[in-house]
Write a protein that binds this ligand. Structure first.
Ligand SMILES: Nc1ncnc2c1ncn2[C@@H]1O[C@H](COP(=O)(O)OP(=O)(O)O)[C@@H](O)[C@H]1O
Ligand SMILES: [Mg+2]
Length: 301
C-alpha cells in the first residue's frame, strides 16, 4: 500500500464466545505481517485479554497493565476524567510481537486488560462528563489518530457482544469478519450482527462492509458439513427478520486441530507459524488471509 493511504481496519466479531475469533484474528495478523509484509496493528478489545497473552507473556502483560499501558487505561481516563490522563498510545503499542521466532517485525499490538470488564459499563456515561467532545464512540478513534497512518491493516479482536467497546472498534472499521463454528448455535446470531452493523454504520454515515463468514473448528461430521454447505450457498438459517443478505462465505475454513489449541500457549516457544498452528490449519489460515487481502484490495480500487 502507498504510504499515506488509509489502512484497512477489520473487526473480528461474533456474539458467541469460543468460536475462534481471537485465534483467527491473531493468525491473520501474524500472516499479514510475516508473509504479506504488511504493517499490521492488532487491537485487543476483549476484556478476556486472550489475543494479548497469545502474543506477549503474562508477566509482560502484568507490568504493562500496572503501568497503565493497555486499552483499559484509555477508557479509564475518560471515565475518571477528574484525574490526570495516564494513557499514552506510543507507550501502549508493543512493537514486533508474536510468540514465534522471538517476534514478528511489522506486527504491533495494542493490548487489552481484564480491568476492562468493570470499566466497560461506564463507557456510555462518558458523554455526560463535561465536554461536548467526549463522544463515547470516538474514544478509540481519537486515541489512534497519531499512529493510524503507520499501518496497512488494523485487526480488531472484539468481545462477544455489541456493547460500547465493540462499537468503538466498529466506529473505525472499514469491514468485519465473522468467525463461526459451522453449527446451529454459533451461526444463530449472524443476521443480527449484520443488521446491527448496517444500522450502526448508516447512523454514522460510514461504510462497514461484511467481508465474510469464516468457518472455524470444523469437524468431520454431518452437521458441520450441512451448515457449511448452507453457508456456501447463501442459505444460512431461517431467523432473519430484517431480511439482510447473507455475507460472503470464505472458501478457506479452519479445521479443528489440537495444534491450534496448543499454539495459544505463549510458553510453548514455537519457531514458525507452521509449528504454532500445525500444517493443516496453517495452510487454511494462509488461504483465508489471501482471500481477505484480495477482498480488501478490491475494495480500494
Ligand atoms: N481450529 C481450532 N482447533 C482447535 N482449537 C481451536 C481452534 N480455534 C480455536 N481453538 C480453541 O478454542 C478456544 C476458543 O477459541 P478463541 O479463538 O479464543 O475463540 P473466541 O475468541 O471466539 O472466544 C481456545 O481454547 C482456542 O485455542
Ligand atoms: Mg476471544
Amino acid at each position: 500500500m502507498v504510504k499515506g493511504n488509509a489502512p484497512h481496519i477489520l473487526s473480528f466479531i461474533n456474539l458467541k464466545g469460543g468460536v475462534g475469533k481471537t485465534t483467527t484474528a491473531v493468525a491473520v495478523a501474524e500472516i499479514l505481517a510475516l508473509e504479506a509484509r504488511q504493517r499490521v496493528l492488532l487491537i485487543d478489545l476483549d476484556p478476556q485479554t486472550n489475543a494479548t497473552v497469545n502474543l506477549i507473556s503474562e508477566v509482560e502483560w502484568g507490568e504493562r497493565d500496572h503501568a497503565g499501558h493497555t486499552i483499559a487505561q484509555l477508557f479509564e481516563d475518560k471515565i475518571n476524567n477528574q484525574l490526570p490522563p495516564k494513557f499514552d498510545i506510543e507507550c501502549a503499542i508493543i512493537r514486533g510481537v508474536s510468540t514465534v521466532d522471538g517476534g514478528i517485525e511489522g506486527l504491533d499490538l495494542l493490548p487489552s486488560s481484564i480491568r476492562l470488564i468493570t470499566l466497560q459499563d461506564h463507557i456510555p456515561g462518558v458523554a455526560m462528563k463535561g465536554h461536548f467532545t467526549n463522544n463515547p464512540l470516538d474514544i478509540l478513534k481519537k486515541a489512534l489518530h497519531p499512529v493510524i497512518d503507520r499501518y496497512d491493516y488494523i485487526i480488531i479482536d472484539c468481545p462477544p457482544s455489541l456493547g460500547a467497546v465493540t462499537h468503538n472498534g466498529l466506529r473505525i472499521s472499514t469491514g468485519y469478519v465473522i468467525p463461526t463454528i459451522p453449527d446451529i448455535v454459533s451461526t444463530w446470531g449472524i443476521y443480527q450482527i449484520v443488521d446491527h452493523v448496517r444500522g450502526f454504520a448508516a447512523d454514522l454515515g460510514q461504510k462497514i462492509e461484511p467481508l465474510g463468514i469464516v468457518a472455524t473448528k470444523v469437524q468431520n461430521n454431518k452437521l458441520h458439513e450441512r451448515v457449511m454447505d448452507d453457508l456456501a450457498h447463501g442459505r444460512l438459517g431461517k431467523f432473519n427478520p430484517s431480511g439482510v443478505p447473507q455475507p460472503h462465505f470464505f472458501k478457506n475454513w479452519i479445521p479443528q486441530s489440537v495444534d491450534v489449541a496448543r499454539g495459544a500457549d505463549h510458553e510453548a516457544h514455537l519457531r514458525t507459524l507452521n509449528n504454532k498452528y500445525g500444517p493443516n490449519a496453517y495452510a487454511a489460515l494462509q488461504g483465508l488471509t489471501r482471500e481477505i487481502l484480495t477482498l480488501c484490495e478490491a475494495n480500494t480500487q
